[in-house]
Design a protein around this ligand. Structure first.
Ligand SMILES: *Cc1c(COP(=O)(O)O)cnc(C)c1O
Length: 365
């Protein structure tokens, strides 16, 4: 018997969520962000399901190459650009766009010859991670414009630091800083395409939409904001993580459950054992009380999560049996809720499902 633990990936939900992004930013092109195995969902399947996107964004060269080898022909953007001159031939060969965020990259391009490469000049408007400070924006723009190895026109971008918080005005400030960085009018009419918005920008800051938006987490059905769930924006969860009960046992009042005996039965009660653990990517830090669905009904995990198993309070599912289905997150149980019970964010949980879990792709078109 093979283990029932699996991640069911609903490809129709991908398409639906992309539509939501299009409706929110109807005048922008959609650069679907599918880095890190499409946030743990399977990058090639995601790219195929999202074939109505205008392009794809990935973090590293290996991801971009895997997409091209799988026959994906849309524009692909390397969000961190390249690290060395040796990468340029691969970038040309695979027809990749590069984000240029550091002077070391500009210097490499200034030395380069050959077919011009499409580039996105990245300005750091307050995130303070990648990008040129606003006072260098014009200089870098001019330097790239002078490079024969760079395709014209350039494209311009920035990234938001606090857009997940609708009450934080940093985002408005970042939008303003971005457009003021250039001594031409990048916002209206210049022939440079601009891209500012991640999912939170798309849903929360219409002023950030510009020519290209970069939806990530929302494509997976998850809210980009610190509170609420994807459902608030009519998003549908793409991944449902599920497993089965492999044991149901009765314990007495006072019995301690699992490693460290951290949870004590308050009365005589049934405890279910679910075949999933941190070895599968279920978070070890999920606290007692974290919800799961047993046969579609909400129950709570109790005691510590172990590598291969989780224990569940079955008092509101007294008839549950070995073999019954348990949903850890996804349909009927927002991953956002599990993340907050585990002291993390949904992004991390989705990215963290390990390859011991079987992935099943449904609703292929
Ligand atoms: C990951 C990433 C995104 C997508 O962000 P979400 O919050 O998942 O929408 C957009 N732009 C860049 C540069 C990124 O690295």
């Amino acid at each position: 018997m093979t283990r029932a633990t699996r991640a069911v990936i609903d490809l129709a939900a991908f398409r639906h969520n992309l539509q939501i992004s299009r409706q929110a930013a109807p005048h922008s092109k959609q650069l679907a962000i599918i880095k890190a195995h499409a946030y743990g969902h399977g990058m090639i399947h995601a790219a195929q399901a999202l074939d109505e996107a205008d392009g794809f964004g990935v973090a590293i060269l290996e991801e971009a190459i895997a997409l091209r080898e799988a026959g994906i022909s849309k524009p692909i953007i390397l969000l961190e650009g390249f690290a060395s001159a040796a990468d340029l031939n691969l970038i040309r060969g695979y027809r990749l766009d590069c984000v240029i965020h550091h002077v070391s990259q500009v210097e490499i391009l200034e030395q380069a010859s050959g077919t011009p490469i499409p580039v996105w000049l990245k300005i750091d408007t307050g995130m303070h991670r990648l990008g040129f400070p606003p006072h260098q924006a014009n200089e870098m723009y001019q330097r790239l414009m002078s490079c024969p190895a760079v395709q014209k026109p350039l494209r311009l971008m920035t990234h938001f630091a606090n857009a997940d918080d609708p009450d934080d005005n940093t985002t408005e400030q970042q939008i303003k800083t971005f457009y003021e960085s250039f001594d031409f009018d990048a916002e209206n009419g210049a022939d440079c395409d601009c891209s500012l918005a991640n999912s939170a920008g798309i849903l929360g800051w219409p002023a950030s939409h510009a020519q290209w938006v970069r939806p990530g987490i929302m494509l997976y059905g998850v809210t980009p904001f610190m509170h609420g769930t994807g459902k608030d924006y009519s998003l549908q969860p793409v991944m449902t993580l599920q497993a089965e009960l492999i044991a149901v046992n009765r314990f007495n009042k006072g019995d301690a459950i699992g490693y460290g005996g951290s949870w004590i039965c308050p009365e005589e009660m049934p405890i279910g054992v679910v075949a999933i653990g941190y070895g599968d990517g279920y978070p070890r830090h999920a606290q007692s009380g974290t919800p799961v669905l047993v046969n579609g009904q909400r129950c709570q995990i109790v005691g510590r999560v172990s590598m291969d198993m989780v224990t569940v309070d079955l008092r509101n599912q007294p008839n549950a049996e070995v073999g019954d289905e348990v949903i850890l997150w996804g349909n009927g149980l927002p991953v956002e809720e599990v993340a907050s019970s585990a002291g993390t964010i949904a992004y991390e949980l989705l990215c963290g499902v390990t390859n011991r879990v079987r992935f099943e792709y449904i609703n292929q078109v």
